[in-house]
Design a protein around this ligand. Sequence first.
Ligand code: DAK
Length: 259
Amino acid sequence: MENYQTVSLLVEGPVATVKLNRPDALNALNSVLVRELVAALDALEADQSVRCVVLTGSDKAFCAGADIKEMAKLSAADIESADHLKPVWDRAASFEKPLIAALSGYTFGGGLELAMCCDIIVASEGTKLGQPEINIGIIPGGGGTQRLPRAVGKYKAMEMILTGGAISAEEAKALGLVNRVVPPGKYLEEATKLALEIASKAPVAVRAAKEAIAASQEMGLSSGLELGRTLFYDLFNTEDKKEGMSAFLEKRKPNFVGR
Ligand code: DAK
């Protein structure tokens, strides 16, 4: 795999960990980081041995948002045509394998929007989550105005986005924005444990489940139910369905092959 400057990549068995690594700027998303993160996710999607990916930052910051130094000089036309930031949220949201965000510290702006593109969010106690864009004269542009209200409801999203104030990991968990809150220093371990558990399941079924649940955020109920049913039927042609059901009947552990 390519050598990156602003992300680091660790593949251990079926789980890959991508770490945002621009500590001097609290992992702010600049053009280099975005390009490297997109390239890393592309590579991990293509790597058949990887079944689940953990996306993390440092203890101090998952990510403090898009790089304000880079954006400060841009006009509307510049930002609209600048492809350097746009692909990151879409790339994470369209990633086919389960993506677990492991958060600690500042998770702000485009960083929270990136976390919300993941499927499961584990946060360290002390994580601060917020959309502070309003404080610098803009609004969340990486999906926050749509994903945050879907996660926490309209009223809390309004409050967070209009005041720019941050919430704690515990509050985020109570609101349904975070799955698990763990003691400091344990967030990566917890996310990896979860990733290993998911990686042990039938990969085609995992992908189908993710696709169906992701679609539930976009589709009406009847089309969503139809998609869910189609994906369910398709799984009956997989080797893993045969293996899973045979293993159950033979009282042994299944050995899934991903087909
Ligand atoms: N960008 C650039 N540098 C940042 C940064 C950021 N977002 N956040 C922090 N840094 C840098 C600081 O400038 C400082 O660098 P030096 O001055 O030492 O060179 C270093 O990181 C440490 O930061 P602080 O000294 O400020 O550290 P503190 O612990 O005092 O404060 C903080 C931490 C996170 C509270 C503070 O740094 C902060 O408020 N940061 C800004 C947070 C923020 O406003 N985030 C939202 C950014 S706007 C798009 C879609 C979406 C977006 C963009 C485009 N398209 C569709 C194209 C997203 C926009 C955003 O995210």
